[in-house]
Design a protein around this ligand. Sequence first.
Ligand code: ADP
Ligand code: MG
Length: 254
Amino acid sequence: MSAAMVDLRDVHKSFGSLEVLRGVDLQVAPGEVTVVIGPSGSGKSTLLRTVNHLEKVNSGSVSVDGELVGYRRIGDRLHELPEREILRQRTKIGFVFQNFNLFPHLTVRQNVTEAPLAAQRRPRAEVEELAARLLERVGLAGKAGAYPRQLSGGQQQRVAIARALALEPKVILFDEPTSALDPELVGEVLDVVKDLARSGTTMIVVTHEIGFAREVADTVVFMDEGRIVERGSPSQVLDAPRHERTRLFLSKVL
Ligand code: ADP
Ligand code: MG
C-alpha cells in the first residue's frame, strides 16, 4: 500500500499500434498539486483519462485513494469491475474538461446538483445547500437559474469546477481548463483553481499556463512522447531544467 492519493505504476497505453503512454509512474500525495506540461500529443490527456478509467490501460496499474481503479485483483489476475463499481470510483475523481462539458438543458444549479442526487443519492435539501455554497465559492451565486448558453466561457468553466466539487472528490483532474477561453477570461478561472489548490485539494492540472504552475504547483511534471521526462519543484523544472527537451519546450511557451 502506498500513501499516495493517486498512484500510477508503469502505465502503458496504446491506440492500435500507436503507443501513447510508455511506462508512466506518477504519485500524487494527499493535498499535493501536480502540474503536467508538455507538447501537444505527448499523452497528457490520455494520462488524466487513465486515472478515472475513461481509458483502460494496457499494462501497469492505477490506484486512487488506496483502491485499484477499474479492476479487482483475484489471485494474480485482474478482473475489470462492473460498470456501477466504476461509476462509484469516479465519484471520488473530479474531472474538469477543456470544453466545460456542462449539460446544456440543465440550469447552473441543476448542473451542480445532478451527480450528488443521481449518483450519490444524497438528500435534496443537503445537495441544494451544498450547490449554493459552491456557486458562491466560484463567484456565481447570482447565476444559479441561468442556462450554460447564457454564460461566458469563464463562467461556464467555473460552473464545471463547482460541479466537480459537488461530489466532494478525493482528487480533481483538470485538462487544460483555460485553453478554450478568451484571454481576458483566463484569470477568473485560474483564480478559482488557485483557491482550491491553496485549500489543500489534491489535484493534477494539465496546463500551458507556466505562471500558474510556478505559483501553485508543488510538483511540475514535463511529459514528452508518452514519458515523464522530468519532474521536480516549479523552480527546478521551470527555471533550471535538466533536459534539453524540457528547455526546448519552455522556450516555446514562455
Ligand atoms: P495531449 O493531451 O498531450 O495533447 P493526447 O493524450 O490527447 O495528448 O494524445 C496523445 C496521442 O494519442 C496523440 O497522438 C493522439 O492523436 C492519440 N490519441 C488520443 N486519443 C486517441 C484515441 N481515442 N484514438 C486514437 N488515438 C488517440
Ligand atoms: Mg490534451
